[in-house]
Design a protein around this ligand. Structure first.
Ligand code: BV8
Ligand code: ZN
Length: 258
């Protein structure tokens, strides 16, 4: 039975030896920053709602005020959160891997705040806003956060909404194109805190594997992507990723003395 230390060292050796690495993150990477994963984003008073309902045109049309308040509450949590040690490890990895592409399903900005410079957001940004009708970009004004209803667009009177991708909506073309291309050319894909149930984003690890990449997974538990993984490191990403980074530094130091 291979122990986790050996798995981690093997994973580190892989990440140090190759040229192109894609990191694919889901809500799990932000969990230790206190940002609920999509499944448990509905804790407490939200628990009686279905996130797939709230994060949709139908949900917004049915109750724009409820959806608006859900997003403002999530945005406030994210603004008060800090990147965790897992985010920081990924920012450090970007500095030592020749070609590093970070693709995230997350709508928070914790990767950027940890120092990653080029992040592909497949599901948008919770801190950005646009009109649901004509698409015009908006910034929050005084009072919008406390309002019971979303602001109205000054151009077409549509409701303003967060610039995230709702269920049934297309993913941003440019980001998806870049992410798909990176998955096709990478040597290793590191999948962190993703349940692998939301498509088409969840197809990326299979795309990478089909093109010959090794898949390394970091998750609290088995996920829908685990059967694709060559190495699965079970544990909180805020602990596993810093250990993986240290093992990468150790590999680099060793090869420097060869
Ligand atoms: C679309 C933004 C089509 C909003 C989100 C096949 C192909 C294409 C589409 C579909 C398809 N099958 C079904 C569909 C439809 C649908 C879909 O995938 N449904 C699922 C539920 C079956 N997909 C869509 O609707 C997509 N659009 O396909 O359009 C189209 C075609 C033509 C014309 C028009 C349209 C749009 C999907 C995007 C939805 N928006 N987010 C918001 O955030 O409010 S998705 C949202 O849920 C998140 O962004 C995230 O992507 C997803 C949840 O996934 P995770 O991030 O993995 O989070 P989750 O909570 O699930 O899991 C957390 C994981 O972390 C767990 O594994 C856990 O164990 C782990 N973890 C927890 N703590 C830690 C940890 N790991 C490590 N350390 C820890 N500490
Ligand atoms: Zn408008």
């Amino acid at each position: 039975m291979i122990n986790q230390h050996e798995l981690l060292t093997t994973a580190a050796r892989l990440l140090v030896d190759v040229h192109c690495v894609v990191v694919f993150t889901g809500a799990g990477v932000s969990a230790e920053s206190g940002v609920g994963t999509f499944r448990d984003a509905l804790t407490g008073l939200w628990s009686r709602f279905d996130p797939q309902q709230l994060a949709s045109q139908e949900g917004f049309a049915a109750d724009p005020g409820l959806v608006w308040r859900w997003y403002i509450e999530r945005l406030t949590t994210i603004e008060n959160a800090r990147p965790n040690r897992g985010h920081e490890a990924l920012a450090a990895m970007e500095k030592i891997i020749p070609e590093f592409v970070l693709v995230t399903q997350n709508v928070d900005d914790l990767h950027e705040r940890a120092g990653n410079r080029h992040v592909l957001h497949l599901h948008g940004h919770i801190g950005r806003f646009r009109c649901n009708g004509c698409g015009a970009a908006y910034s929050l004004r005084a009072g919008d956060r406390e309002a019971l209803m979303p602001p109205c667009c000054t151009i077409c009177t549509g409701y303003v909404r967060p610039a995230v991708v709702w269920f049934g909506e297309m993913l941003p073309e440019q980001e998806l194109f870049e992410a798909w291309g990176a998955a096709e050319r990478c040597d290793v894909m590191l999948v962190v805190g993703a349940s692998g149930v939301v498509y088409p984003a969840a197809q990326l690890p299979a795309v990478a594997q089909r093109h010959g990449a090794c898949i390394i997974e970091v998750n609290l538990e088995e996920s829908a992507l685990s059967e694709l993984a060559d190495i699965t490191l079970i544990g909180p990403s805020g602990e596993i990723l810093p250990r993986l980074l240290d093992a990468m530094y150790a590999c680099e130091a060793k090869s420097a003395f060869r």
